[in-house]
Write a protein that binds this ligand. Structure first.
Ligand code: PLP
Length: 401
């Protein structure tokens, strides 16, 4: 056979043929390798038809489906006890693509009034451009039934609200919504499937900013949706069109992170409870928002809806000295940096009025109770005594008049 030139050999050796060789090996990699390929080579044109007819298996193009994304979606679907998962390039991509899969011009959505600011802005400003109407409601204390209209399509809420840490009754909301044929979408970012499984409580679709606890190491931006196979097929159709997939590399990092999710959430929850209890007893603190505190209005519901003893790593606090005291505490803390995100291994602090809830007007924030003296802590995996000590000394140093 004609020996190919070096330029040609450099291009072809070590590709598909090599992959076929290792596929016949009696060993497999202990960890799924990263499939960095944008497309797949086919034996012949008839294989393409067989794949489209579902009579043969095979990946074709990585915007449509890819091994690392499929592997992670299996892990997360199992964790949430849903049928299928779908990976996205960010939490916002997962949320917006999912909502768009189920509404069209003239439809109506009921959404919780306290939500992550980006989602609030999307619902209140962006969807209006498409002629979709959104009613914001207090889903914690009010029934949704009076808000339902003939054109209502879905209800949107968070398992633990950002930043007030309130817990809606997902079973009640789902019962009410299903009685009128509405879909229930739950953003489970703060709780994770270790703490709450919205599908088991009656929700139809679970959404995540996997940038947060699922990723857990502050090194990826990602989103996840979990739902029935039928609903995921509808969402996937739009994902392929909009192209909001997660890269194989980030899928791999997410799979790595999910191996320790249960361990991390246990420690985050233990540490956050200890910090919440400390803050609650501090003379400079006006109010602590943490569903695991017995004093929280959400406590009773957490006992029914959450894994026993776990309420997550997120808490907010109102300082008696208002904005001045909040800013002084942020500045005084050394080990706890000011980070406009959450859920990494280290404890961080955020200032919701300037970060996650910047997109709410001051008036709206004040009505809801998102105040200028409020800080949100993402309690990390350090020794809890060190976290408490850092906050205690900084409260003494930084917030003195
Ligand atoms: N949902 C919640 C509760 C969030 O806190 C965030 C971001 O902070 C998002 C969704 C959006 O996710 P992402 O930043 O990954 O797009």
């Amino acid at each position: 056979m004609h020996e190919k030139n070096l330029e040609t050999q450099l291009i072809h050796i070590g590709n598909g043929q090599f992959q076929k060789k290792i596929n016949k090996s009696v060993t497999v990699p202990e960890t799924l390798p990263i499939y960095l390929t944008s497309a797949y080579a086919l034996e012949d044109v008839s294989s393409l038809d067989e794949i489209h007819a579902n009579s043969a298996e095979g990946y074709l193009y990585s915007r449509d489906a890819a091994p690392n994304a499929d592997a992670v979606s299996e892990i997360i679907a199992k964790a949430d006890q849903g049928e299928r998962g779908l990976l996205f390039a960010s939490g916002m991509a997962a949320i917006t693509t999912t909502i768009l899969s189920f509404v069209q011009t003239g439809d109506h959505i009921i959404a919780s009034s306290v939500l992550y600011g980006g989602v609030y802005s999307y619902l209140s400003n962006e969807l209006a451009r498409f002629g979709v109407e959104v009613s914001f409601a207090d889903l914690i204390n009010e029934d949704i039934t009076p808000r339902i209209k003939p054109n209502t399509k879905l209800v949107y809420t968070e398992t633990i609200s950002n930043p007030l840490m309130e817990v809606p009754d997902i079973s009640r909301i789902s019962k009410e919504a299903h009685a009128h044929g509405l879909l229930v979408l739950v953003d489970n970012t703060f709780a994770t499937p270790v703490i709450a499984k919205p599908i088991l409580l009656g929700a139809d679709i679970v959404l995540y900013s996997a940038t947060k606890y699922l990723g857990g190491h502050s090194d990826i931006v990602a989103g996840v949706v979990v739902a029935s196979g039928e609903l995921i097929s509808k969402i996937k159709r739009l994902q392929i069109l909009y192209g909001s997939i997660l890269s194989p590399h980030d899928c791999w990092l997410l799979a790595r992170s999910l191996r320790t999710l249960a361990l991390r959430i246990k420690k985050h929850s233990e540490n956050a409870l200890a910090v919440a209890q400390f803050l609650e007893s501090h003379p400079k603190v006006e109010k602590v928002f943490y569903p695991g505190l017995i004093s929280s209005p959400s406590y009773e519901l957490t006992q029914r809806q959450f894994t026993k003893g776990y309420s997550g790593g997120m808490l907010s606090v109102n300082l008696k000295g208002g904005e001045k005291a909040a800013l002084a505490l942020v500045k005084a803390m050394d080990m706890i940096p000011f980070v406009p995100s959450l859920a990494g291994t280290s404890t961080t602090v955020s200032y919701p009025v300037k970060t996650s809830h910047r997109l709410y007007s001051k008036n709206e924030r004040e009505k809801l109770g998102i105040t200028d003296g409020q800080l949100r802590f993402s309690v990390g995996l350090e020794d809890s005594c060190d976290i408490i000590n850092e906050i205690a000394t900084s409260l003494d140093d930084g917030t003195n008049p």
